[in-house]
Each structure stands twice: as structure tokens, then as C-alpha cells.
Design a binder for this molecule. Structure first.
Ligand code: ATP
Length: 199
């Protein structure tokens, strides 16, 4: 199985932007947040557990996940959010491992907003962090998602602070408006290959 490298950072730090640069180097990327959304819609195990835990209104009459209903429950109550994560994360972590086992590459990347929060670090050889100043992250997300500053700040409140998260990473890519991303990605890519040569 190709070594699995985590790629994490706060909301709007630039995980997907950085992951896209790794893709141009031929490194396959698994987007855990997208996969979790897909699994919540299609995994029978997750569907049954979500309905048992949060009620059948989690899915609309047409079978589509009612994200607004679910967000209304979990973003008001930390315990409910932990329940949701306990249902979705193990299946997503397994999906990433299954996907990685099928890839042919020196290493593969798992992009996820929550890596240290959800014990998803299990099975990861190393973790790359993406960092950007808080104000820039807020501005970028407001522009990308056409939402208010308050909405972005609300989403950010559910993640552990960047300063703690980045300390746990093996490498940190600065995605501010001064440093270029490409040379930093190349340097990390070389460092990963060197690390793997010793494993
Ligand atoms: P989320 O956690 O919300 O999924 P993310 O960490 O994946 O976010 P991106 O989606 O990569 O972040 O970046 C957020 C927004 O900022 C995007 O619209 C992206 O195009 C823009 N962006 C990221 N990096 C830069 C940069 N260096 N210069 C300009 N815009 C950038």
C-alpha cells in the first residue's frame, strides 16, 4: 500500500489549493471531507445510524440528506457533533485506507480538515499542515462560499486552534499572500520521498 500522508489546516487555509499542486506532481489525493459527504448520502450503514441518532428527518422525502436540519442539531450542541463524527469518521477513515491500497504512487495524500481531532491520524505516515493568517482565511472563505464573516467564524469554532494543529504537523506550508506555494510543495515532496526511503 502506498504511504498515506495527511494534509490538514483550518477552514480556508488552502488545503484544496495545496492538494491541487501535489496532484500536478502525480500524487493521488483523497478528499476526506468530500468523501464523508458522499458516504452520508450513500452508505447504508451511516444512513441507518444517522436516522437512529437524529431522526428520520435527516433525509428529505426524496432521500437527499437534509444538511440544514443536521447542521441545526450539531452546530448548537458539541455532544451531538461528537456523535455525528463518531458515526461518519470511522467509515471515512476506512474508505481512505481502502482507496490508498489501490493507488500506485510513492505516496498518496489524504486531505482532511479534521485529522488530529478525530484520531484520523491513525494509519498516516506523516502530516502536512497548511497555514494562513486568520483574517485572510476568513476573507477567502467569505468570497468562495458567498457567506458572512459570522458564518465563517461559527464554522471555525468547531475546530482546534491552528497553533495546536500546526505544531503536530511534520511540515507546514505557508499559504499567505507573500510566500510562493509551489517551491514549498516541491520541498515537502522531496522531504517525503527522502523519509520514505528510510522506512
Ligand atoms: P475548506 O477547509 O473550507 O475546505 P481549504 O483549506 O480547502 O478550505 P481552499 O478551498 O483551498 O481552502 O482555499 C480557500 C479559498 O481561498 C479558495 O477560494 C481558494 O481559491 C483561495 N485561495 C487559497 N489559497 C490562495 C492563494 N495563495 N492565493 C489566492 N487565493 C487563494
Amino acid at each position: 500500500m502506498a504511504a498515506l500522508i495527511g494534509l490538514t489546516g483550518g477552514i480556508g487555509a488552502g488545503k484544496t489549493t495545496v492538494a491541487d499542486v501535489f496532484k500536478t506532481l502525480g500524487i493521488p489525493v483523497f478528499n476526506a471531507d468530500e468523501a464523508a459527504k458522499e458516504l452520508m448520502q450513500n452508505s447504508l450503514v451511516i444512513k441507518a445510524q444517522l436516522i437512529n441518532t437524529f431522526g428520520k428527518q435527516v433525509y428529505a422525502a426524496n432521500g437527499i440528506l437534509d444538511k440544514t436540519y443536521l447542521a441545526g442539531i450539531v452546530f448548537k450542541d458539541k455532544y451531538q457533533l461528537e456523535l455525528l463524527n463518531a458515526i461518519v469518521h470511522p467509515v471515512t477513515i476506512q474508505a481512505a485506507k481502502d482507496w490508498a491500497s489501490k493507488q500506485i504512487a510513492p505516496y498518496v495524500i489524504k486531505e482532511a480538515a479534521l485529522i488530529f481531532e478525530s484520531a484520523a491520524a491513525d494509519g498516516l505516515t506523516a502530516v502536512i499542515g497548511v497555514s494562513a493568517p486568520l483574517n485572510l482565511r476568513i476573507q477567502r472563505v467569505m468570497q468562495r462560499d458567498a457567506c458572512s464573516k459570522i458564518e465563517v467564524e461559527q464554522r471555525m469554532r468547531h475546530q482546534i486552534s491552528d497553533s495546536i494543529k500546526l505544531k503536530l504537523c511534520d511540515w507546514v506550508i505557508q499559504n499567505n499572500d507573500q510566500d510562493l506555494v509551489l517551491p514549498q510543495v516541491l520541498k515537502v515532496h522531496e522531504a517525503i520521498l527522502a523519509k520514505l526511503a528510510f522506512i
